[in-house]
Ligand binder design. Sequence first.
Ligand SMILES: Nc1ncnc2c1ncn2[C@@H]1O[C@H](COP(=O)(O)OP(=O)(O)OP(=O)(O)O)[C@@H](O)[C@H]1O
Ligand SMILES: [Mg+2]
Length: 224
Amino acid sequence: MKVLAVLSQKGGVGKTTLATSLAVAAEADGKQVALIDLDPQATATFWHDTRHRETPAVVSIQPIRLSAVLNAAREQGTDLAIIDGAAVQREIAYDAAAVSDFVLVPTKPAVFDIKSMTETIRAIQQHDKPLAIVLNMIAPTGVENTDAFDAAAVLGVEICPVTIGNRKSFFRAQGQGLAAQEFEPHGKAAEEIDRLYAYTCIHLYNRQSGQSVEQPAVDEVVTA
Ligand SMILES: Nc1ncnc2c1ncn2[C@@H]1O[C@H](COP(=O)(O)OP(=O)(O)OP(=O)(O)O)[C@@H](O)[C@H]1O
Ligand SMILES: [Mg+2]
């Protein structure tokens, strides 16, 4: 079993959106997936409650139970556990990173968000875990993305070549307990999640998943 964590102490950067979307993508790739919701607000769990589908399984737990729940998931034949972190709590990022094979740190490409992301990255780096920053909710112009690239260089962190645009289908899907790729299978959000999943597979399994991770030019990214 592999463990992917989606972590940031900054609130509202897309942890739950990306964790749920990747869980659905992994399931579509034939994997048995467990989504572990560490957020006391239980957003991923509420998403599952409105989903009208059993899978991917979502379990809401207190962080102290993380390793026991991962062990149980492993014994039950789970292929991929995805941890959805929580805002503010540094120890959640630290504990989740310790048990993860790969960590994604979503951030909005604005200076304020990049500053607050640094503390999360430092916590993950204490465990020497592979991680990458994912730019989420990027504007069509992409002008301010250079700040994120500069910050990543200073931190010595990989920046995911797949960026996620600010797209209505993400929040519209969530309202129905769906992932964006289920809500609008041929939309741009679906394409981005496909590529993000492919990129994640390269890090988790050291292989391609058949999807290209190439990012379109920034001016192709439009709010749809
Ligand atoms: N790429 C996107 N395009 C448009 N809306 C998005 C995108 N990503 C996330 N959102 C929206 O932004 C809001 C915050 O996203 P989300 O809940 O995933 O963030 P979070 O980091 O999990 O927040 P929290 O720290 O509160 O757990 C949600 O309403 C979500 O639908
Ligand atoms: Mg969340």
